[in-house]
Design a protein around this ligand. Sequence first.
Ligand code: NAI
Length: 299
Amino acid sequence: MSISFEDRVAIVTGAGNGLGRSHALELASRGAKVVVNDFGGSVDGHGGSASPAEQVVEEIKANGGEAVANPASVTDVAAVEQMVKDTVDRWGRIDILINNAGILRDKTFSKVSLEDFNSVVDVHLNGAIICSKAVWSQMISQTYGRIVMTTSAAGLYGNFGQSNYSAAKLGAVGLMNSLRLEGRKYNVKVNTIAPMALSRMTEDIMAPGVAESLKPELVTSAVVFMCSDDAPTGEIISAGAGSYARVQYIESDSVYLGPEANADDVSGAWEDISDMTNASVVTDVGASMKNVLSKLPRS
Ligand code: NAI
């Protein structure tokens, strides 16, 4: 069975380079009409130019596909709303949004300025919020939508010198976790990619020997699956170099320390609390509450 996007309309943010470019090319090659959004700045988010997005549009057209360039910054609410309006005016619907745009301003937490911290949060997290909000009512009214967030191992697990990026990237997972619930009955599915790929953002940190295997197209394969009719919802896929993994949260089996539990009790029981032998996957608030409250003695 081959995934097709005939009659589907997609917006890919940050699609002038790297992963976004790869996502846009693949969606278009499978029949989607694609808005190639990119503000065209440097890796640290300075500058700006329409040409990266325009070049990708030219590539798509040369391959026989349909695409239009859009230079909006994902942080600019009015420009994003205009992009969404223009897309609906042009093609009548929006089926797919890939929140991919991103920048880096790496510095330790001691050294990073609040300005650099907020700029990173603005693009990755607020950008994903602004774009998702702008397409949401359209997707709900169509009873069809696919949104993909882009997280990172640095967001899921943390990374030295990337507190701004980590905070923003895990925020995108939080956004997905609630949107998947609100979108479910309208066939709006929301998933997250945790990519590993060679791009201008990562070319300085990828070890030679590994770098050649980290083709963006191999991440795109998981992203395109998450945009398809048969996509799951609320999933995180870690993808790189042709390998794919599902990411979930687990909680240890809760330990009941009684109605008077104090800090010394928690300290004394830490070995048991932190024992993951009987840990279970938790996918919703109800399951987490059950794990914590199920040990209460019955009266
Ligand atoms: P990239 O630097 O090649 O591409 C990012 C694109 O986003 C650029 O074209 C840039 O102009 C655009 N962009 C930045 N700010 C924007 C804004 N405000 N509005 C619109 N466009 C904007 O980097 P890459 O590697 O392709 O990254 C894509 C996404 O994947 C990012 O969100 C990044 O954080 C994430 N990621 C990448 C990893 C990798 O291994 N390459 C690892 C983990 C996450």
